[in-house]
Design a protein around this ligand. Structure first.
Ligand code: NAD
Length: 337
């Protein structure tokens, strides 16, 4: 029997996770919540999703949207919830609704690590989330760092990492945030990303710095990794080519920028032009002694979608991590091209 999953917070991440849940053979989308009537609600209606409201009915019904019920009605119907609300709201939903109603929930990386019994990146620590009530999928940046550092740590051992995050200013649809003509350093050392990586990769010594730049497409990371064992660039590239949810891209094929990566994803026929994999440039990876340098790009809107689907399975007791990752990947054409 398909697992009934409710999606709370149908925004940038939520609408993608809802679509991903709807195409899993072992899951059924019980419905989504909408907070305010907008074009996303219209799309959910056209896709035939059941729409529940976290904010009254009037505005929706005035616009011809049938509301199935309130937040509690979705909670009654769903066996597990994925909460994709803006940061802080997930934590209050947990205290006010999920804990009292004994409902398992998956949270996003904007929430503090303490919201979950475990912070989660499927290919790194799936088993730690088995049968847990509350799982926090880490942020898009932390997911990207964990996906590439974990295999390197397992094969060569990591003494320490320094990573600089060059962050997109806002998501492409977002007309409210910037900068539009400045580079804005994060004046906090380390930036929150390093400590967040350690909620998943507990033995990796990592220090991060960050800045925001005027682009909406992707984040970019520049990493310097001190390895315990010497390695050749070609060996590390082979390791990353074999790593799921990581894609080695090449200047030689004229993928030279985040713009070309996003165009590549569209040409692959991905829904919304999403690039779920972390992209590492072949020509941007090098080794000097035991120091490894590489550049990677993260599609902030979509990399965590895969983790949410696997987190649902882990929290509800599906034991085979590899199988879950394969099922999720297959459904979204990940690692297929
Ligand atoms: P978003 O603003 O695009 O979407 C949030 C949705 O929640 C909207 O549909 C909004 O209407 C709804 N909402 C607002 N208040 C609500 C309430 N009180 N109850 C129910 N729904 C409410 O946000 P997002 O970018 O999708 O971020 C969601 C979470 O995912 C955050 O924790 C964020 O940190 C994390 N995240 C975001 C990105 C990204 O790049 N956008 C990447 C990874 C993780």
């Amino acid at each position: 029997m398909a697992l009934k999953v409710g999606l709370v917070g149908y925004g940038t991440i939520g609408k993608r996770v809802a679509d991903a849940i709807a195409i899993q053979k072992d899951m059924e989308l019980a419905g989504i919540t909408s907070h305010t009537y907008n074009y996303r609600t219209e799309v959910a209606k056209r896709k035939g999703m059941k729409i529940f409201s976290t904010n009254g009915k009037e505005d929706f019904e005035k616009n011809g949207i049938k509301i199935e019920g309130d937040f509690n009605a979705l909670l009654d119907d769903a066996e597990v919830i994925v909460d994709c609300t803006p940061k802080g709201i997930g934590a209050s939903n947990k205290e006010n609704l999920y804990v009292p109603q004994k409902k398992k929930a998956i949270f996003q990386g904007g929430e503090k690590a303490s919201v979950g019994d475990v912070s989660f990146v499927a290919q790194c620590n799936y088993n730690e989330a088995l049968n847990k009530d509350f799982v926090r999928v880490v942020s898009c940046n932390t997911t990207g760092l964990c996906r590439t550092l974990d295999p390197i740590n397992k094969k060569y051992g990591i003494e320490s990492v320094h990573a600089t995050m060059v962050r997109r200013a806002a998501d492409p649809w977002d007309i409210y945030h910037g900068p539009i003509n400045a580079v804005v350093p994060v004046l906090e050392l380390p930036s929150h990303h390093g400590p967040d990586v350690r909620t998943v990769l507990k033995d990796v010594e990592i220090f991060t710095t960050a800045m925001s730049v005027p682009t909406t497409l992707m984040h970019m990371h520049s990493l310097t990794v001190d390895l315990k064992k010497a390695a050749k660039s070609e060996e590390i590239l082979d390791l990353l080519r074999e790593t799921t949810r990581v894609r080695v891209v090449r200047n030689a094929e004229r993928v030279r920028s985040t713009a070309e990566i996003m165009e590549f994803a569209k040409d692959l026929g991905r829904l919304r032009g999403d690039m779920f994999e972390i992209c590492i440039w072949e020509e941007g990876l090098g080794v000097h002694g035991k120091k490894l340098f590489y550049l990677q790009a993260i599609h902030q809107e979509s990399d965590v979608v895969l983790e949410n689907v696997d987190a649902i399975r882990a929290a509800t007791g599906f034991k085979d991590a590899q199988k879950s990752i394969e099922m999720t990947n297959d459904s979204l054409m990940v690692n297929r091209f």
